[in-house]
Design a protein around this ligand. Structure first.
Ligand SMILES: Cc1ncc(COP(=O)(O)O)c(C=O)c1O
Length: 384
């Protein structure tokens, strides 16, 4: 068994972007691993030299997608028939929200810390069908707030697992229990949880869960997945359909949709990206060790949180027990200037407009030295 230090060294060698910058922006996009790039390059070489359309290539594409759904299902403790491959988190959220049968006056509950990925599709529903959007405040009273806002007209709760703005982890299991007790469905935005914290979808018991490939799972952009609980499949209409959705079809009008989540995959796609998505997940599960990923991320996050919190001119917005995201502000320094000053030193964080803060994403691949650099640079800003 390798020591932590050896493991960290090996992990960082597989993420060469870390040599040039101190990387704290996985909440936007994670670093790509050489495993993913090697697999994608091989896939593209295969397409280049052996063509994309032989019978063999066709069979291979199907297998790649099947294997990728399988890997995603393994990561989230569900079955692969409940996974649909998507291109990003936002697509999965749109598939569900546009597939529900809405009537004027139906209600949706969401939270005050949501990303545009949930808010914009909800605004469309409000304009198109007259759906009412009710917003609850996250924090200690979130369950009571949801209880107070659920009515017989509530169709779905659409909410993040981890807030992109504050890093707080929402009590999804309890929210789901409350939703189901009232006959309400639940859709979760997993953009900041998938690969950042352990996610067991069977335990959470949610109906729909949408994730990206490019953030904490360190995969290529243009990849993602949507979990649809087998029992809920029939409650969601197809907004788009195509040959990818059906197991039988003839132009005279006979067709049969797959009775699996993959019926939301409608047509051809960029296969090397899917290959990279699977390679990243397999790298995390097999090579790095997924439990270690979560443990290591927690240790580093706690270290960064404590040290940032100890700086007298820093206000940490993120609660102590949260995910890999830490939002904070520096007294008297504009968030834009905090980001620019750190970037000039090769430290990459981002600004969060909603709460006038900056956000550092702490990943399993960061080192104690990275954290020290972050703290030293923020501390220097404070004393300037
Ligand atoms: C909570 C949340 N949801 C959705 C997104 C959008 O992700 P994607 O580009 O995969 O749709 C992000 C970040 O970009 C996010 O932080």
């Amino acid at each position: 068994m390798s020591t932590d230090l050896e493991r960290i060294k090996r992990v960082r060698q597989s993420l060469p972007a870390l040599e040039k910058i101190t990387y704290f922006n996985t909440g936007s996009v994670g670093p790509l691993s050489s495993f993913a790039i090697d697999a994608m390059t091989k896939s593209q070489q295969e397409e280049l030299y052996n063509s994309r359309i032989t019978a063999e290539a066709f069979k291979n594409k199907k297998k790649i997608k099947d294997d990728t759904r399988e890997s995603i299902a393994q990561l989230f403790s569900v079955t692969s028939s409940e996974i649909s491959l998507t291109h990003n988190t936002t697509e999965g959220i749109n598939i569900i929200l546009s597939g529900i049968r809405w009537s004027q006056g139906d209600e949706v509950i969401t939270s005050n810390v949501e990303h545009a990925a949930i808010l914009l599709p909800l605004f469309v529903l409000r304009e198109r069908y007259g759906v009412n959007i009710k917003t609850v405040n996250t924090g200690n009273h979130v369950i009571d707030d949801i209880k107070a806002k659920i009515t017989p007209k509530t169709k779905i709760i659409a909410i993040s697992h981890v807030s992109y703005a504050t890093g707080e982890v929402l009590p999804i299991e309890e929210i789901t229990e409350l939703a189901h007790r009232n006959g309400v469905a639940i859709l979760v935005d997993g953009a900041q949880s998938a690969g950042a914290i352990p996610v067991d979808l069977k335990r959470l018991n949610v109906d729909f869960y949408s994730v990206p490939g490019q953030k904490w799972l360190c995969g290529p952009e243009g990849t993602g997945a949507l979990y649809v609980n087998n029992n809920k499949l029939i409650e969601v209409n197809q907004t788009y359909s195509g040959l990818g959705s059906v197991e039988e079809f003839d132009p005279l009008g006979t067709f049969k949709f797959y009775r699996e989540a993959k019926h939301f995959e409608i047509a051809s796609t960029f296969v090397p990206a899917v290959v990279g998505q699977r390679a990243s997940i397999q790298w995390l599960i097999k090579e790095v060790g997924i439990e270690w990923v979560f443990e290591r991320a927690k240790i580093l996050r706690e270290l960064a949180w404590k040290q940032l919190n100890s700086l007298s001119n820093v206000k940490v917005i993120t609660p102590e027990k949260a995910s890999g995201l830490i939002s904070f502000s520096v007294n008297g320094v504009n968030p834009k200037d905090v980001v620019a000053s750190l970037a000039a030193q090769g430290i990459i964080i981002r600004k969060i407009n909603e709460n006038n803060s900056v956000r550092a994403s702490i990943g399993f691949f960061n080192s104690e030295d990275d954290i020290e650099m972050l703290i030293r640079s923020v501390s220097n800003l404070c004393s300037n």
